[in-house]
Design a protein around this ligand. Structure first.
Ligand code: PEP
Ligand code: MN
Length: 263
């Protein structure tokens, strides 16, 4: 279902009032984790002002340590809905279990499957059954074939609206959190009609690398970007070092303007 051979036209789909697909660079921005209603609203207003059309925010956080902040769960989803009502932004939230899928279905416009769950096949089927738009992140050590097969799980379960998100893979290099595989964008463009999103925030873990890699991603043919933004990165409950503050996000978006208009 994901193979370009049987579906040569690029796929485009709507997420609330915004579109993901060709002729458009979709910007998904927001905090790593929803921390409070106030925090989310402040960030939602700021990212909308700079041109983001989808608000991201984690309510179920798959943290490496069980002692790290795990997310506000259903309360976080409610705040996402409030922020969407106030700003008009579409919303995306990661789901980590069947229970989270059932909750997120009620509150947000797009579901995210995180890198750590890319091959959680039961979760992929649950996500597919909703028929909702889905952002499928690449697994930390997944080949492009394994990633496309994960997309097949979602599509064959009922959702044709899948976007693939390159977020860096694990290599021997330790200077960045992961290694952004931009060649994956080129490979995917040859092999699938599904839209491709690049997440330079999780790929590098370093905020100063977000802008150059975002530009490179668009040059490679990406259909959108996921960029983490926080009102106070130094005190973020997760992923502070890679999060942009509002001024930096504004300057990154300014820098991206010529690239976005070329797309
Ligand atoms: C996230 O988007 O907040 C996240 C946890 O990303 P990934 O699954 O790519 O690590
Ligand atoms: Mn994060």
């Amino acid at each position: 279902l994901a193979n370009k051979k049987f579906h040569p036209q690029p796929t485009e789909f709507a997420v609330k009032d915004t579109k993901i697909g060709p002729d458009n660079i979709t910007i998904m921005s927001g905090p790593c984790a929803v921390e409070s209603e106030e925090q989310l609203l402040t960030i939602a207003r700021a990212v909308k002002k700079e041109g983001a059309t989808i608000l991201r925010g984690g309510a179920y956080k798959p943290r490496t340590s069980p002692y790290s902040f795990q997310g506000l769960e259903e309360d976080g989803l409610r705040y996402m809905q409030t922020a969407s009502k106030e700003t008009g932004l579409a919303t995306i939230c990661e789901v980590t279990s069947a229970h989270a899928v059932a909750s997120a279905f009620k509150y947000v416009d797009m579901l995210q499957v995180g890198a750590r769950n890319m091959q959680n096949f039961e979760l992929l089927k649950e996500v597919g059954k909703t028929g909702m738009p889905v952002l499928l992140k690449r697994g930390l050590c997944a080949t492009i074939d394994e990633w496309l097969n994960a997309a097949e799980y979602i599509m064959s379960s009922g959702s044709s609206k899948v976007a693939l998100c390159e977020r860096g893979i694990r290599t021997y290099e330790t200077s960045t959190r992961n290694t952004l595989d931009l060649s994956a964008v080129c490979v995917l463009k040859e092999r699938t009609h599904l839209p491709v999103i690049v997440d330079p925030s999780h790929a590098t873990g370093v905020r100063s690398f977000v802008e150059p890699l975002a530009k490179a991603a668009i040059a490679c043919g990406a259909d959108g970007l996921m960029i983490e933004v926080h009102n106070d990165p130094a005190h973020a409950l997760s992923d502070g070092p890679q999060s942009l503050d509002f001024d930096l996000f504004a300057s990154v978006m300014e820098g991206l303007k010529p690239y976005i208009s070329l797309a």
